[in-house]
Design a protein around this ligand. Structure first.
Ligand code: IVH
Length: 700
């Protein structure tokens, strides 16, 4: 994908573009927050470069195209070796062209590349003298940078002392992980400061700030290691001959954090095809990473190749950045909507001036909860940084505070439920309508009737609206009391549809407890948690008599969740009673109830002996299985939830994310990041067909 170029029509527009770029770049490096998002900046600089190519005699000296890092702040510590930037490619074709020109330059094809994520932070050089961290320097203009040694203690991954007494310079990127960024903005706004728009801006501002009343942690990832002159340390002499991959191993041995600790470790690849496959893998994992990346850096791995290729004034010829599409854009916050969900939670949603991010037009973004809005100090009319990666719901990262004009308005929080006008329970982070799940009965019933819950065919959203509007149903139990006459009285309800719907409602009474529990919509418990609770307790009676301590024995329920689930179930007691009276099944087939009066010790042993794996002893016993992509063959009709139910019936544990604990990944057509991660971690993969054979006895 090629970033489009800003079109510059004449010399005046060119001069303006140069000014804009210089201003944006200065704000980014000095103030810590950009006025242009990355994509707009790239477009602008490409436009400037295009115009300069056609008018070489009119190039302005301030143009960002000739400078390292687009015009950095000059510092006073000279770099021993220039800290260069990287040239970019945007497509496989551009990448292949780069490898061809590199091969021409060095006289042969590169036989080993290193491929690593391009970390989205700030370049920094950390000097170690005989193993002790002595100086931290920013890149500055590439030849000299600013001394930021004051930040040393706040950067995780950059130890004060190395494992060996070597005199070296470690180069790498300082950034904030998503969690560090959230924390930094909380602390900053609590101290009356304006929030940073994104993690990179936050790192830039934090790194340069000297007299703050608070410190916030950042993270370092090393991507370079060079010897520093020190007669007392002959150890470092050998660095010059090591390949890049070898240097990274050494840096890690010294105790420096590198990408090796992440889900996207640097690897070596022997061919262009292997490089491209890795580029795809890293791109697929991007949305799940706990830190920002804006591309993939590909380097000739061998020191000899690097030496022969050499460097230009701006960038080395032996490395290239394969840029990924921007995931962040600045747009305006036009409004905040408050929507009530099926459990009565009132959730704020940002209405944005439409903005295109990686091919999708974004108009809405999540704002989590009211406390989050306050913490971020968001106002209507603000320019906001919006983040969207992969299929994750877009989120407003923060306001771009220095773009404020003074006309922004406070966001008004609702006093009453925006749906039914009842009071609001604000005692928890997430606000809730005082009518709870009765507030949005249509949503609650539609969810309960859904395919993964009671699976009542013919009870879609429109039908539920009719039932609720006609007051034929006032809660979930009401569905089971519906009569033929009542249904026939509804518009567009013929005899056949009525009989079919009644049959479907009747059949729903026999659903396993796990699905009934899920249909109730206990907050904090989705499908898989409902299954775990149902299997653990086996009957609704057992669930209802469980106190928080007993609830905590269920895998995945911690000390925080346990009491809230118990409270919620107590709140649901009258409804559960009605369901029991209506004849709804309240047991989980195949599950055995826990031994009474479980203590922690008893629980520890039971957990080992009583997982569904052991209980069922099926072909997946002891395995943690993740399903991804489209299922085919005999699994074709199964929803993801049904696949998970099948896994658990066959003795395994289902999970939605791939981790080191995963034992098997069932990867169907179109599998993306999860398959890539499984390959990276060396986890066994199965096609839907292979899996179907494995669990054949448990199908259907
Ligand atoms: S190598 C001489 N490797 O990207 C080679 N840089 O846009 C210079 N960056 O200035 C850098 N991740 O600040 C390298 N794995 C990585 C990187 C990386 C992020 C940054 C670095 C560089 C900038 C260029």
């Amino acid at each position: 994908m090629t970033t489009p170029v800003a079109v510059i029509v004449d010399a005046a527009a060119y001069a303006q573009a140069v000014e804009d770029a210089v201003k944006a770049s200065a704000a980014y490096y000095e103030g810590g927050t950009s006025v242009l998002d990355d994509d707009s900046y790239d477009r602008l600089v490409r436009g400037i470069a295009a115009w300069e190519a056609a008018h070489p005699e009119q190039v302005l000296s301030r143009s960002p195209t000739g400078k390292v890092a687009g015009g950095a702040v000059e510092g006073d510590v000279p770099h021993t070796v220039a800290m260069l930037s990287l040239d970019n490619v945007f497509s496989p074709e551009e990448f292949t062209a780069w490898t061809t020109s590199l091969a021409r330059r060095i006289g042969h094809d590169v036989t080993r590349f290193s491929v690593e994520p391009k970390l989205d932070g700030l370049a920094i050089a950390a000097r170690y003298t005989r193993g002790r961290l002595t100086r931290l320097i920013t890149r500055g203009d590439g030849t000299a940078g600013e001394d930021v040694s004051h930040a040393a203690g706040t950067i995780e991954g950059l130890p004060a002392e190395l494992a060996e007494p070597v005199t070296v310079e470690v180069r790498g990127e300082v950034l904030m992980t998503t969690a560090q960024f959230e924390h930094a903005n909380q602390v900053r706004t609590a101290h009356g400061g304006a929030p940073f728009a994104n993690p990179r801006g936050a790192s830039a501002g934090t790194l340069r700030a000297r007299e703050r009343a608070y410190t916030v942690p950042m993270t370092f990832f090393g991507y370079g290691l060079l010897p520093l002159a020190d007669t007392g340390a002959p150890l470092t002499d050998r660095l010059g001959d090591l390949a890049h991959s070898g240097l990274m191993t050494l840096a890690a041995e010294y105790g420096v954090n590198t990408t090796a600790t992440t889900a996207v470790p640097g690897i070596t690849a022997d061919t262009v095809e292997e490089v491209m496959a890795r580029v795809k893998e890293i791109a697929a994992l991007r949305a799940e990473l706990p830190f920002g990346i804006d591309g993939i850096v590909i380097k000739a791995d061998l020191a000899a190749d690097q030496r022969t290729a050499g460097s230009g004034s701006r960038a080395p010829r032996w490395a290239i950045a394969y840029k990924l599409p921007a995931v962040e854009k600045i747009t305006r916050l036009l409004d905040v909507e408050w929507n009530v969900g099926r459990t009565g939670i009132i959730a704020p949603r940002a209405v944005l001036e439409p903005v295109e991010i990686d091919g999708a037009t974004i108009t809405y973004a999540t704002l989590h909860n009211p406390g989050d809005i306050t913490r971020r100090d968001l106002r209507l009319g603000d320019h906001v940084m919006v983040h969207r990666a992969g299929d994750v719901i877009p989120r407003v990262e923060a306001p771009v505070a220095h773009l404020r004009t003074g006309t922004e308005q406070p966001i008004v929080f609702p006093q009453d439920c925006p749906r039914c006008g009842a009071g609001i329970d604000t005692s928890e982070q997430r606000w809730r309508c005082a009518n709870g799940r009765n507030c949005h009965l249509v949503a609650a019933l539609s969810y309960a009737a859904g395919r993964d819950q009671l699976d009542i065919e013919g009870l879609g959203h429109t039908r539920v609206v009719q039932l609720v509007d006609a007051r034929l149903v006032t809660d979930l139990a009401g569905l089971f009391a519906l009569t033929r006459e009542q249904l026939l009285s509804l518009e567009r309800m013929g005899e056949t549809s009525t009989d079919n719907l009644l049959a479907a409602i009747g059949a729903a009474k026999d659903q396993p407890l796990s699905r009934v529990l899920c249909a109730l919509g206990v907050r904090g418990t989705g499908r898989s948690m409902s299954r775990r609770i149902a299997r653990h307790f086996a009957t609704m009676d057992n669930i209802r008599t469980a106190d928080a301590e007993a609830m905590r024995q269920v895998e995945g329920i911690g000390t925080e969740k346990a009491p809230s689930i118990v409270t919620e179930l107590a709140e649901l007691a009258p409804l559960i009673d009605k369901l029991v009276a209506a004849g709804v099944n309240m047991t989980e087939p195949g599950a055995t109830p826990p031994a009474p009066a479980a203590t922690d010790a008893a629980h520890d042993t039971r957990e080992a002996a009583d997982t569904p794996a052991e209980a069922a002893g099926g072909p997946l016993a002891g395995m943690t299985v993740v399903v991804t992509g489209a299922m085919t063959g005999s699994l074709d009709k199964l929803s993801r939830n049904q696949m998970n139910e099948l896994i658990e019936r066959a003795g395994g544990r289902s999970s939605s994310s791939v981790s080191k604990k995963t034992t098997l990944v069932v990867a169907g057509d179109g599998a993306g990041s999860k398959r890539a991660k499984a390959e990276t971690l060396g986890i066994r993969l199965a096609t839907p067909g292979e899996f179907a054979t494995l669990v054949a006895d448990y199908l259907g």
